[in-house]
Design a protein around this ligand. Structure first.
Ligand code: ADP
Length: 509
């Protein structure tokens, strides 16, 4: 039997124990699917206070305390301890304990503010990897690190740890989930990283006078991925690279785009416990009942129930392009459709949406806040689902919409472009509607196409059947990662482009 590939998956968050965004889901489902493909993959994340609480409140098995060890952070001997648990699905989870850095209520911060010592917290997390692997006696072939909090690890493998007997053969893969989050800190943080001074230069981990943990990963990882093929192209451009585009272009040959997946156990209209009636591609009758219940739940006008409902579930942030719909709302809600919106986030968007809901009673149903169940009921009860994102690395809601027979209307960007196919009523091919300019007029045209076809029942049925048949499962994503891992094992560890390399001048971030 072939030797099992051994992978350490490093993440600052993993569902269901610590979740602030999509990364937490990836950190649960991708390792689970890779394990099912025969990879010995283990996840490492900090043992936050909120993880302890989650375990206690949900009656989950207590993690098993393991060896204590120490790590030097900024010249200080820092105590650490590893605890071992299992994620749902059976993947081994190592939790790194340290009272000072992780006994807090948040992952990155509280009440909208980052912790001021985040650099030290994640330097500690990264620097602990070597001692922790010794403590649990695991020698990974590959370390798969995610986002800036783990960005120093690829750099440590190539510098401080390059002669470590345990890690000298270990290769690194780093995934960028959102290039806008870079872990950039002032120069005086640099000594705490323990990286050699010669790396603090524009050709190294310096980023316009700052220390960048993300740039460290981009320069030193053997392989880089981001979460969709189109977003791979985008982050190499000044428009979407957030200043990291130049260095990403230099690593182009080692940068891949792999789409995230959907957990079809959680998002399955045939068995979803959150929705009032189940349905499938073969029998969509239940979707009507879901629509009726959504109308009741959000206080929409039942006498307008024959109209299409446009759903939106989103973080309320400029990135998501919600503001593009405001000029359209009056006409849309008076004449054509109902809107069901769930979201939370930036105050100005919450206020504008609240005002619009007040102006359009019975036509715009709004819930501000985070509500997992309602997110499912909107996916199930809506007819169209709108995602006008200005940029979208992968996006998940359009994938849920496809499975729930809710036609996505999306901006042609990043993962949205890679997963939605323009519907052509002549051929009956396609799964949704797309617009190409981040502008209200462009959005209105795409939405108009969808709304017009909604009335053509047999064509609409075809569209829904196409959408529900698409497969974006984690198994597919895991297969792609397995191929990358195997390729990495065959490859010389020196990146082909020989990083770090010099860069030209670019705009400031
Ligand atoms: P991002 O990670 O940029 O927020 P994604 O589309 O990749 O966007 O993932 C967002 C996830 O969070 C989806 O699963 C979506 O359903 C969920 N979500 C976003 N806002 C809410 C909310 N207010 N209530 C419930 N779920 C939400």
């Amino acid at each position: 039997m072939a030797k099992k590939l051994k992978v350490l998956y490093l993440t600052p968050e993993a569902a269901p124990l610590a979740k602030t965004g999509g990364l937490a889901d990836v950190a649960l489902f991708l390792p689970k699917s890779l394990r099912e493909l025969g990879v010995d993959i283990r996840v490492l994340m900090p043992f936050y206070q909120l993880v302890r609480e989650k375990i206690r409140d949900n009656g989950l098995p207590a993690p098993k305390p393991g060896p204590r060890f120490t790590v030097i952070v900024h010249g200080e001997l820092t105590p650490a301890r590893v605890h071992t648990a299992k994620l749902p699905g059976g993947v081994t989870l190592y939790l790194l304990e340290n009272e000072r850095f992780f006994s807090r209520a948040g992952v990155y911060g509280e009440a909208g503010f980052d912790y001021p010592d985040n650099h030290l917290r994640f330097i500690f997390f990264s620097a602990s990897v070597r001692a922790l692997l010794k403590a649990v006696d695991f020698t990974p072939d590959i370390i798969h690190a995610n986002e800036w909090p783990t960005g120093l690890v690829p750099a440590y493998l190539k510098t401080l740890w390059k002669d470590s007997p345990r890690l000298k053969g270990t290769r690194s893969l780093f995934t960028i989930h959102n290039v806008a989050y870079q872990g950039n800190f002032p120069l005086d943080v640099y000594p705490a990283t323990s990286l050699p001074w010669e790396l603090f230069s524009p050709a190294g981990v310096e980023f316009y006078g700052w220390v960048s943990f993300l740039k460290a990963a981009v320069l030193f990882a053997d392989l880089l991925t981001t979460v969709s093929p189109s977003h791979r192209e985008e982050i190499m451009t000044p428009e979407f690279g957030f200043g990291m585009d130049g260095v990403l272009r230099e690593r182009k040959a080692s940068l891949m785009g792999v789409l995230n997946g959907v957990d079809y156990k959680t998002w399955n209209p045939e068995a979803d416990p959150h929705i009032p009636a189940k349905f499938s591609a073969a029998n969509v009758a239940g979707k009507k009942r879901c629509k009726k219940r959504l109308i009741e739940e959000l206080g929409l006008d039942p006498s307008l129930g024959a109209r299409p409902i446009i759903g939106m579930v989103s973080r309320l942030a400029r990135q998501k392009g919600i503001d593009l719909i405001f000029p359209l709302l009056g006409h849309l809600l008076r004449n054509e459709a109902l809107l069901a919106v769930l979201g939370s986030g930036e105050g100005w968007l919450e206020e504008r949406l609240s005002a619009a809901a007040t102006e359009n009673p019975g036509r715009l149903g709004l819930k501000l806040g985070f509500d997992e169940g309602l997110a499912h009921r909107i996916e199930a009860g809506a007819d169209l689902f709108l995602m006008p994102s200005r940029y979208e690395p992968c996006g998940l809601n359009q994938l849920y919409s496809l499975r729930y027979g809710t036609a996505p209307v999306v901006a042609a960007t990043g993962g949205l472009k890679d997963t939605v196919e323009e519907f052509d009523p002549k051929t009956g091919e396609g799964t949704g509607f797309m617009f190409h300019e981040p502008a209200t007029e462009s959005l209105a045209l795409a939405l108009g196409k969808g709304l017009a076809l909604f009335g053509a029942k047999s064509i609409w049925r075809k569209l829904i059947r196409n959408a529900m048949g698409r497969d974006f499962s984690w198994e597919r994503a895991a297969g792609a990662y397995l191929e990358l891992y195997e390729g990495l094992m065959l490859r010389d560890t020196e990146p082909a482009e020989k990083g770090p390399v010099s860069r030209g001048t670019r705009r400031t971030p």
